[in-house]
Write a protein that binds this ligand. Structure first.
Ligand code: UT7
Length: 337
């Protein structure tokens, strides 16, 4: 058995900055409300007429990660792509990355676990590497939310929160079992599936033909829905649980954490977890202020920035944790090497 470790990280966000004031021109909201409830000041949206797609942004992030990992792209054995906003309903973006990066005909898998997608993706990569089947796995989280949000007052409970962007990691073999990814922990609770969801095109039996036949301009089934307060309440409990689960599994305690990179769902959620575990501002990396919630991309973007800023160093205990639609949640416990 091997361990796996992250040897290269990269991210890409579109240039187009959308401030809270920009949104308040489109809907009944305010900078004050958004900052107070979420911590978000601005987010990035792809240029609606531009070329950025979920796949192309993922590819850009991956190129940076590959360069920093100092590997040749032909050394990549497998692709894991996490997103809730794929370019196509099918095929998923993993195969598009194989094509657009010009990789050998390696396998490509798409992960559909929304905000927990990158944690799930890392877990998949970790298992393939642990078993010895693959040596280098490219894991990408990328989202284009802006094109799928309801930018009217009707959608304000959701649309002010989400932003576009991508992050990528090269996960590679670590021979020393005391280093790299020590464990991953994954959970789901489908009883809450419809509490944070986009129901089209499946919609419990109502498919595309039915929607076209109805031709109803007020049909909101293409818009994401979220029971914000229920998600919030579950998030703080599950984040805490799954971080403790990972620490306990490795006979560690919250005092051992050097850097916690939580999924950037809401600054208030991150602050709650920080307080609960007695961590300082330097021990938790947050960038939701700049990017909003980028779902599967949020952890790899934040981890890349933390690494770029020298906040993640050899020997550090790095903890990743996520919660989101499904509900799904998970954690990764790593000894950075
Ligand atoms: O990535 C994981 C998935 N997402 C999350 O983790 C999100 C978790 N939930 C949250 O972050 C929070 O619940 C939100 C930020 C989404 C909402 O904050 P809240 O404090 O739970 O507000 P609320 O939904 O209870 O809404 C309070 C009021 C309502 O008005 P009334 O009924 O009190 O008159 C909303 O209609 O705020 C109103 N509201 C807004 N007002 C201005 C909702 N969205 C907005 C908005 N601007 N954008």
């Amino acid at each position: 058995m091997y361990n796996s470790k992250i040897i290269g990280l990269g991210h890409y966000v579109p240039d187009n900055v959308v401030t809270n004031d920009d949104l308040s021109k489109l809907m009944d909201t305010s900078d004050e409300w958004i900052q107070e409830r979420t911590g978000i000041k601005e987010r990035r949206h792809v240029d609606p007429k531009g070329d950025d797609t979920t796949t192309s942004m993922g590819v850009k992030a991956a190129k940076v990660a590959i360069e920093r990992a100092k590997i040749d792209k032909d050394d990549i054995d497998f692709i894991v792509f996490a997103t809730l906003s794929p370019d196509y309903y099918f095929p998923g973006p993993g195969v598009l990355v194989q094509r657009d990066l010009g990789l050998k005909t390696v396998g490509a898998i798409d992960v559909r676990n929304q905000c927990s997608g990158f944690v799930y993706g890392l877990s998949v990569a970790d298992q393939y590497i642990k078993s010895g089947m693959y040596k280098n796995v490219l894991v990408i989280g990328s989202e284009v939310h802006s094109k799928g949000l309801d930018m009217t007052t009707r959608g304000r409970g959701v649309s002010v929160i989400f932003g576009d962007g991508a992050g990528a990691a090269i996960v590679s073999r670590e021979e020393d079992n005391s280093k790299g990814i020590l464990s991953t922990h994954l959970h789901s609770q489908g009883q809450f599936a419809e509490e944070l969801a986009l129901l089209a095109p499946g919609m419990g039996g109502r498919w595309v033909n039915d929607i076209l036949a109805e031709n109803n301009p007020d049909d909101t089934s293409y818009m994401p829905v979220m029971n914000g307060q229920l998600v919030f309440k579950n998030a703080v409990v599950r984040f805490s649980e799954v971080i403790m689960e990972g620490l306990t599994k490795n006979e560690l305690t919250p005092e051992d954490i050097d850097m916690l990179v939580p999924h950037q769902a809401n600054l208030r959620i991150s602050q709650f977890i920080q307080k609960k575990f007695g961590l300082s501002n330097d021990q938790v990396y947050n960038n939701i202020m700049k990017y909003g919630n980028t779902t599967a991309a949020s952890i790899p973007i934040a981890l890349t920035e933390a690494w770029e800023n020298g906040k993640v160093n050899k020997g550090d205990l790095v903890v990743l944790a996520a919660f989101g639609s499904g509900f799904t949640w998970g954690s990764v416990i790593m000894r950075w090497s």
